[in-house]
Design a binder for this molecule. Structure first.
Ligand code: PLP
Length: 383
């Protein structure tokens, strides 16, 4: 199969699948074993060991992830944070500087705020939509540029093509966290990003039942990330790898349903008199709408909004919703709702950022019937 010419729905089912699979199985099996025999005298590169990510079920998943992101290679990790920290460790050495754009997932910000100094790294936070801030942050020691495809929780879409170009022209490794957009909506390697990482705990797996991460890139860069992961011990357990490979089969269907639900809810909220503000890049009123429409095939499952009436109204609304769980993750088949300023996932970067106020509500659309979600929001807003 020529992956480059295949539509995403087909790629999600068949991309990177060995044909035939072992024993002719339609589903690639779980090899739970930790170690595999290798020929005497073979090199260390031929060692197949679970922590090295070279167990066959792990390798199968790597091929699937690479196919979906349109990359040469991929490596799966024990969590999204293992993917981000693995990538940063592969790109930065002591004395190096990182440019990081956006309000950021709290865990990523916390890692930088708490660990960068002891690792000898420095970093500057810049505005993903304002290239002047990138130029001002650039130093001779700058080695990498980190951005999120859709920022969390303010739901902004930065000048992603500009970031990849800027990084290339200054010899920086460009890194993007594509968790919010997913490869269904946006494939960052196609605009020149060197490394793409994911919390596969979210939409890639989609069923809120494993922790996992993924990194894609060139063979050389993935070898470097894999070597960091094996040194720190961050590979993905084969059973979770199997579940993630299974989740990927329905990725296109799930994400397209989530895109549609999120857009419908965003439009409904935007027209409701008890809602003060809605942020979703699918709305024509969103400041990044045109850029997102040009870059993305869909606008993602997440939106944030503020009800009229401040924090009291926001708390009451979250309690009144019957379908979404009040939980702070995203990307699963079930809708979730959270107040980022009150949730554990908000780090100092987001908490201090302009706009992440107490009354901000984040909604992650699941795959429920659109009419049921709209009816639920209607009753909660009336209450
Ligand atoms: C955008 C983003 N990146 C990374 C992570 C970290 O992922 P994990 O919880 O799988 O470590 C999260 C978690 O919420 C996230 O939202």
């Amino acid at each position: 199969m020529n992956d480059a010419e295949t539509r995403f729905e087909t790629l999600a089912v068949h991309g990177g699948e060995p044909r035939p699979a072992p024993d002719g199985s339609v589903v690639f099996p779980i090899y739970q074993g930790t170690v595999f025999e290798s020929a005497l005298g073979s090199s260390v590169d031929d060692v197949r060991y679970i922590r090295l990510g070279t167990n066959p079920t792990q390798c199968h998943l790597h091929g699937r992830l690479a196919a979906l992101e349109g990359a040469e290679a991929a490596v799966a990790t024990a969590s999204g944070m293992a993917a981000i920290t693995g990538v940063l460790h592969s790109a930065l050495s002591a004395g190096d500087h990182l440019i990081a754009a956006g309000t950021f997932y709290g865990g990523t910000y916390r890692f930088l705020a708490e660990q960068a100094e002891r690792l000898g790294w420095t970093f500057d936070l810049v505005d993903p939509v304002d290239a002047d801030t990138w130029t001002k942050a650039l130093r001779p020691s700058t080695k990498a540029f980190l951005v999120e495809s859709i920022t969390n929780p303010l739901i902004r879409v930065g000048d992603l093509e500009g970031v990849a170009r800027f990084a290339r022209s200054h010899g920086l490794t460009s890194i993007i966290d594509n968790t919010f957009a997913t490869p269904v909506n946006f494939r960052p390697h196609s605009v020149g990003f060197d490394l793409v990482c994911h919390s596969a705990t979210k939409a890639l797996n989609g069923h809120s039942d494993i922790a996992a991460g993924a990194v894609t890139g060139s063979e050389r860069r993935i070898e470097e990330v894999a070597s960091v992961l094996s040194a720190y011990g961050g590979s993905l357990d084969p059973h979770a790898a199997f579940l993630l490979a299974r989740g990927l089969k329905t990725l296109a269907l799930r994400v397209r349903a989530q895109n549609a639900n999120a857009l419908a809810v965003a439009e409904f909220l935007a027209s409701h008199e008890r809602v003060a503000h809605v942020s979703h890049p699918g709305l024509a009123s969103h400041p990044d709408h045109e850029r997102a429409a040009a870059l993305f095939d869909g606008f993602g499952s997440v939106l944030s909004f503020r009800p009229v009436g401040g924090v009291g109204a926001a708390e009451a609304l979250v309690k009144s919703l019957r379908l979404p769980y009040a939980a702070s993750s995203l990307g699963g088949v079930e809708s979730l709702v959270t107040r980022p300023a009150a949730g554990g996932h908000t780090g100092p970067g987001a908490a201090e950022a302009e706009g992440v106020d107490e009354d901000l509500i984040r909604f992650s659309a699941g795959i429920e019937a659109t009419e049921d979600l709209l009816a639920d929001f209607a009753q909660a807003l009336e209450g």
